[in-house]
Design a protein around this ligand. Structure first.
Ligand SMILES: [Zn+2]
Length: 458
């Protein structure tokens, strides 16, 4: 295992970089050389990159050329990050409507396209140029190295999606360039747990990365079946794509006997924030300028809508892009000493804000508290669950459990809802054999079906 890691770090990854025109390792060295930058120095660095980005956009990107002209702006107009507010926010629908005028991959010899289905469920593909891709990968490697997780270290991804058999080229790249293996966990069953256990044993000493609910669900099945994941020598568990709740972090840390690292990214801009060993979620400010706007609809207290400007990507420049996630800025300096600003990502996506019939709004955290309590009490009987808000006053609970336990589980959820919502909402409880992931392959503990129209649709 170690020999392969050494081979990738010193031979195959450098060769891969060279063949693709990537400059990840040199950018990684630059990032690490700048690790002691103060917040002021980081802002200066951003501003310099912002001016160069604006100049390029004005020259080469039809959408921004027109926008800058209309607002009488040039690169020189940007004297501080605050001047970005002279441009309108780029919403997902604006991006969709103007994609041809924003995305100019034809100007580049090679681009890296990333596909995702956003919170709207609509698949989108956005391309990054080689320079931007190198910056993104460098920021990711830099952040992993805070934990001693270096290029070439083995990574086992526990993903929620079935994948078609990958091409030989892709299989070779994943294995011999990235040392990355993927294991699909669609249904959380005893059979999946046994299979995953064997895969993890085979990848002893790897880093495990994946969706929170998949890893958490599997870890709980291990516990139920008397398996001890701490035996597997997993170096760290890295959670992504979903909110990591504190009770899940505690459970995973204790089950696997290793650190649990939270990562936050989006396919449009790459890695956005990464947790440091002192617990701060640091923004990748060398690559991104973050703004915190009032959310389109009122959300939980002090929640802000995250707006990002990607300082590197010229193939699809995103200036003031509305990511669609609610975050909280975290202004306190971090114990790790990094000058990179921090955010808290403990709120969830805008589509996950829960609206109630009396006009109040609550965080979906509430539903996961139900999971937390259930975990300590009745939860051992609930294999998997999902709460769906069907309309303002109607919620469905789907729970997977033994038929013998159904009445007890139903009574538990009814009591929990009654206590939390005081008779405001109706509840239907169903017991499917399994709960499939959503279209993007993610399992979500809470799904709102009344977004985007929100309360008006009720
Ligand atoms: Zn920190």
């Amino acid at each position: 295992m170690r020999l392969k890691q050494w081979f990738i770090r010193t031979v195959s990854y450098p060769l891969y970089e060279k063949s693709r025109g990537l400059t990840v390792r040199s950018k990684l060295r630059e990032l690490e050389a700048g690790a002691n930058r103060t917040p002021e120095q980081i802002r200066e660095h951003q501003l310099e990159k912002l001016r160069s980005l604006i100049a390029d956009c004005g020259a080469r990107t039809p959408y921004y050329r027109e926008l800058l002209k209309r607002n009488g702006l040039t690169a020189g107009s940007f004297r501080s990050q605050d001047d970005l507010s002279r441009l309108p926010v780029l919403t997902k629908s604006l991006l969709r409507e103007n994609k041809e005028a924003i995305s100019v991959p034809g100007l580049f010899r090679r681009t890296y396209c990333h596909q995702s289905s956003g919170s709207t469920g609509e698949p989108k593909v956005l391309c990054a140029d080689t320079e931007a891709e190198s910056h993104r990968m460098a920021a990711l490697f830099r952040s992993r190295r805070w934990w001693g997780w270096d290029i070439g270290a083995p990574v086992l991804e526990i993903w929620g999606t079935y994948h078609l058999r990958p091409s030989l080229k892709r299989t070779l790249r994943m294995s011999w360039i990235e040392n990355r293996f993927r294991h699909s966990v669609m249904r959380l069953t005893d059979a999946t747990a046994a299979e995953t256990w064997d895969v993890l044993r085979k990848h002893r000493g790897a880093y495990v990365r994946g969706y929170v609910t998949s890893i958490f669900g599997i870890a709980r099945l291990f516990e139920e079946s008397g398996r001890n994941p701490a035996e597997l020598g997993i170096r760290a568990v890295c959670t992504t794509s979903e909110r990591l709740y504190e009770y899940q972090r505690r459970f995973l840390e204790s089950a696997f006997g290793c650190p649990v690292i939270d990562e936050y990214g989006a396919s449009e801009v790459g890695i956005i924030a990464f947790q440091c060993p002192s617990g701060g979620m640091h923004l990748m400010e060398e690559n991104l300028i973050a703004e915190f706007a009032d959310p389109p609809r009122p959300g939980p207290a002090d929640a802000k809508s995250l707006i990002l400007t990607d300082l590197n990507n010229r193939a699809t420049p995103l200036l003031r892009y509305e990511v669609g996630d609610l975050v909280r800025p975290d202004p306190e300096p971090c114990a790790c000493g990094s000058g990179l600003a921090r955010i808290r990502v403990d709120i969830g996506r805008e589509s996950d804000v829960v609206y109630l019939p009396d006009g109040s709004r609550v965080s979906p955290v509430l539903f996961c508290h139900m999971g937390q309590y259930s975990f300590y009490e009745i939860g051992r009987k609930i294999r998997q669950y999902r709460i769906i808000q069907k309309s303002l006053d109607r919620f469905d609970v789907e729970a997977v459990c033994n038929p013998d336990d159904q009445s007890e589980v139903e009574a538990y959820f009814r009591k929990a809802f009654e206590e939390d919502f005081d008779g405001l909402v109706r509840l239907d409880v169903r017991f499917p054999d399994s709960i499939p992931p959503d279209a993007s392959g993610k399992h979500r503990a809470f799904v709102s079906e009344i977004h985007p129209a929100g309360p008006e649709s009720g």
